[in-house]
Design a protein around this ligand. Structure first.
Ligand code: C5P
Length: 390
């Protein structure tokens, strides 16, 4: 594959030489483009030595333009990967800037675009960055990572560029779901009562993470929208963290644009406090009444979209599992409901059993590890997704 590797100016740029080297070893033909800021972190000489092609860093280099003009280079690329993608690059790409060679190439290239963001965790979490990413996702740009962990600046959190090998693997997925975009929601939602208290539930997010991980391993581009969980992001997945059901609804709706499949594995709170106190509530009355109002039903909202993905929901019940689950499928307009019996130990466990309920058929998946269960369920879903109009 002809890979155009764009390198942004963040500390993770030092990994770009290794990335270019490994991609070349795996048979990619790699042409590197550095932004101005990237030149502060990595040298064109090193990159050129590992990928054996001249490195470009300016629109105004007459010799380079004469050898291969920038529009020609944009057309040449079969895939564009930007690693690291800094907050600044993400913002410029979201707004269609063409004020340097790399952003110009992206605008001019019809090739699929993958970004591996890397930045300080606060910059990653900033609403401006998250909104820019949402815009890019809605244009089918793949966002891989970032990983969570120690940062060069001393912070800990999301913002590390994903592992170089995982990045390369994500460029050549040849599984049965290649070309499909999946959105998976996972974990609980927390509904705030005041600045320190909330209403939540016991979902760990493990089942949703297993589905996201199995779908990505089968080649799907996966966006994982998750409530507060303590799980590591599986490799090759784009993760959006939210807290409440209303935030989850917004994130899911924006991620679902152009998606093929939505799997609602989150335990979305059915109700939220009617108002959130600005200050911590004081202990005075013997009885405190909380007024709760209904949350939007995310699954039903996605299922009612005019241009909707294939919709898979979960039903966790402690009794009359199948009856409730069948009714839930119809009421919410889902294609499939995966029913699990939560009178058995399921929450925060690594194992579970499920019954898949579709319009005309039902299938039992016996108790097994959540990752095996996710793989078997996806295998079972595949022909049904292919046969649907979604
Ligand atoms: O209605 P119930 O919560 O039992 O339905 C479970 C399914 O519906 C799950 O797939 C869950 O993610 C989804 N759901 C939702 N929005 C809600 C409540 C549940 O998407 N407000």
């Amino acid at each position: 594959m002809r890979l155009l590797l764009g390198i942004g100016g963040g500390i993770a740029a030092y990994k770009a030489v290794e990335l270019a080297r490994r991609a070349t070893q795996r048979g990619f033909e790699v042409r590197c483009v550095l932004t101005d800021a990237a030149r502060q972190f990595v040298s064109a000489t090193s990159l050129q030595a590992v990928c054996r092609y001249p490195v470009r860093d300016s629109l105004w280099d007459q010799a380079a333009e004469a050898a291969m003009g920038h529009i020609e280079l944009a057309r040449w690329a079969e895939h564009v990967l930007i690693a690291p993608a800094t907050a600044n690059l993400v913002a410029r790409l979201a707004h269609g800037f063409a004020n340097d060679l790399l952003t110009t190439l992206v605008l001019a290239s019809p090739a699929p675009l993958t970004l591996a963001p890397a930045m300080n965790q606060a910059m990653w979490r900033h609403p401006a960055t998250q909104q820019n990413l949402a815009v890019l996702r809605s244009r089918n740009v793949r966002i891989i990572g970032p990983d969570v962990g120690d940062q060069a600046c001393g912070d800990v959190g999301p913002g590390r560029m994903v592992d170089v090998d995982d990045l390369i693997a994500s460029l050549s997925p040849n599984g049965p779901l290649t070309g499909q975009r999946w959105v998976v929601s996972a974990g609980p939602t927390f509904e705030d009562i005041d600045p320190v208290r909330f209403v939540g539930n016991r979902s760990s997010g493990k089942m949703g993470f297993a589905i996201a991980s199995a779908a990505a391993a089968m080649g799907a581009g996966v966006t994982l929208v998750c409530g507060p969980v303590t799980l590591q992001t599986p490799n090759g997945i784009s993760r959006i963290d939210v807290r409440s059901a209303t935030q989850m609804l917004d994130a899911v709706l924006s991620a679902c644009k152009g998606a093929h499949v939505y799997v609602g594995a989150a335990a979305v709170a059915d109700y939220r406090p009617s108002s959130v106190a600005d200050q911590k509530l004081k202990k005075s009355a013997d009885v405190l009444e909380l007024r709760l109002i209904k949350n939007p039903d995310i699954l039903a909202t996605v299922a009612a979209l005019p241009d909707r993905p294939f919709v898979v929901g979960f039903a966790a019940e402690t009794r009359e599992l199948l009856e409730y689950a069948r009714r839930k499928r119809e009421a919410k307009g889902a294609d499939v409901i995966l029913a699990n019996d939560v009178s058995e130990p399921v929450f925060d466990h690594d194992e579970s059993a499920l019954v898949a309920i579709a319009a005309q058929e039902e299938q039992l998946f016996p108790r097994q590890s959540k990752i095996d269960l996710a793989r078997s369920v996806i295998q079972w879903l595949m022909p049904r997704i292919a046969g649907s109009s979604a």
